[in-house]
Design a protein around this ligand. Sequence first.
Ligand SMILES: [Zn+2]
Length: 359
Amino acid sequence: MADSNNAPQADPFIMSSWPHGGTERVLYCPVCSSENRHLLYTDLTDRIFYCAPGRWNLYECLKCGCGYLDPRPTQETIHLAYQRYYTHKIQTRVDGNLLVGLHRIFRALTNGYRNWRFGTEFRPASKIGIFVLWIVSGTRQKVDREFHHVPRPSPGAQLLDVGFGNGYFLNLAQAAGWKVSGCDTDPVTVASASKNGIDVRLGGIASFSNMPESFDMITLSHVIEHLHDPRDVSREIYRLLKPGGMVWMETPNIRSYGHLNFGRHWRGLEPPRHLVLFNWNALESMLEGCGFRDVKRLPLYDLYPSLAAKSNAIASGRDPYGKNLSKPRSRFMGFLLNVKTRLHPEKSEFITLIAHKPL
Ligand SMILES: [Zn+2]
């Protein structure tokens, strides 16, 4: 399905090598520890943000089906892959009141649902939205995902967002009544968020290692695939949760229709920032191995067109975040794949789930 009008252009930055001594071998699967594997792709390069040097191999674990880079950047050098990645800007406004016309009506309907479902008090709002979004399930899914499917908090309930990025979700959760904390490896975004009075720390989840079990909910949106030690981090998440607490995760699915159709050009691969690519069963098994139970799958059904447009751009050497990426034929194929994903949710573009720490 990939367009082939424009041949990929050689990028002198990508042609350069990762610094000598800045990589490490990964001889067993970071998810299940199996040594059985086969080589999926060689010579993968950063065709998304064009900021990471080097060429990368992706292996597929023959036991659990996860993908992983070998070799991969070390913890000490991985920052070289993020030079044009960070958003830096903190997004503080979660709602607007200057909307007009149809936008205002749409916002009033979605706010009506948001306020009812999550306990926010956004304006403008219409309670008719509760009924409308019950029917329009695609929009309801988007709103639920925007809020990371959080339940309404009990008084004083604490939420930790690992890798909070631009802080948009932290602000939403705070507006819904959660006492929020966050950590991120971008010093600029951490400094901005701390000015807004939120408990944020620089680094990964280890920056909260001095705390006992404290949180009712921990969320990781497109974070777990960036980590060198996803199992250790999952164990630490489990430790930091109160009994009965829950973790919410979202990450690309290596067994998605997008990967099946686009292969090495699939947007979700993102070498070398994505060190591990999960599938539904492998992520669930890893979490259950850490003690989590009662996993709830929350697949999204309408992501294929967006991922396909970006993957097409990557395949033809264009900027996947450029303009006019989507063509009528692609949009039609995207619609068909959305329908197909409803029938086969295990092939959704992303894995989105909630898992519980037993009481
Ligand atoms: Zn494995």
